[in-house]
Write a protein that binds this ligand. Sequence first.
Ligand code: TYM
Length: 333
Amino acid sequence: MSDKRVLSGIQPTGNLHLGNYLGAIKNFVAMQNEFKCFFMLADLHALTVKTDPKVLKENILNTAATFLAAGLKSNKSTIFCQSQINSHTDLAWILNCIARVGWLNRMTQFKEKAGSNKENASIGLYTYPILMAADILIYKATHVPVGDDQKQHLELCRDIALKFNNDYKNNYFTLPEAIIPKSVSRIMSLRNGTKKMSKSEESDLSRINLTDTKDVISQKIKKAKTDNDTINEKIFDKESKRYEAQNLIKIYSNLKSETHDKVLKDYNGKTFIDFKKDLSDLVIEEIIPISNMIKKYRNDDKELINILINGSMVANDIAEKTIFEIKKIVGLA
Ligand code: TYM
């Protein structure tokens, strides 16, 4: 196994969807055979917006079940809850004192999530990328698999690590690299090809949840917005603006492991009615086994809880060593 270290996280806030799967989880599963991996339920991040405690508890177990159902193995990856490792928040405070207000003010995700009423957003939502940097740096992760929407947060993490190294005149942190899947870095809503598929979007028709049934998946794909034009090789041209069509082709080519060109060639001249039927079959083939396994894992919460406790113990040992070293560097130990 290489000495590369992978860390990533997902907020346990509602049903995970095809965007989370293709943009992140599928990559996690592929990486666990090659690298030392840490996969985390970002439950502290989930508190940045109003959350019902009972719902959060359920979502934590659902997300853990989804990790395992998608193929993460507790004997290969360390799977744990962020909130169980106190060093994340200890380091986040130290990094709060390194990061600059101007840097955070540039974060586009805060602007999107806070919407027009920024003054009323939680401070946690504002400083969330700093906690994310702490999550990564506490394990000295070298690689961070994420979707495109997290790219800016990864750049911020590198800036914070670099400033820490400069301020304390050492090379303590290696700068982590984002691993972003090329063609499925941003899966878009099935209702609007200019908006990303998201857990928080009101319409359930906008996303394929990893717990959807066969019938629901085919209905959602049937109803997915497209245009009246046929499929042709110009779909990805900038001027075409066929965003919904591009999104469906990207999903298809990822699931079929084929290039966009090959897919466009195979369906050249056909309508989206034919294409959607085949896309539906592919999505069902990939998602239904995961959906069945999620149910199976949720039948035995004890096993899930044990996996999370064991993961926390492994993670805690590493995180405690790091925070001790950092406290020595900054003069707190
Ligand atoms: P979260 O929970 O919003 O999303 C989890 C992962 O799914 C990816 N993703 C997508 N990828 C492609 N298309 C989409 N439509 C789509 N929607 C979501 C996200 O890019 C992400 O990789 N802050 C993070 C969680 C986090 C974290 C970390 C990640 C906390 N600490 C440390 C990496 C490292 C978040 O809210 O992800």
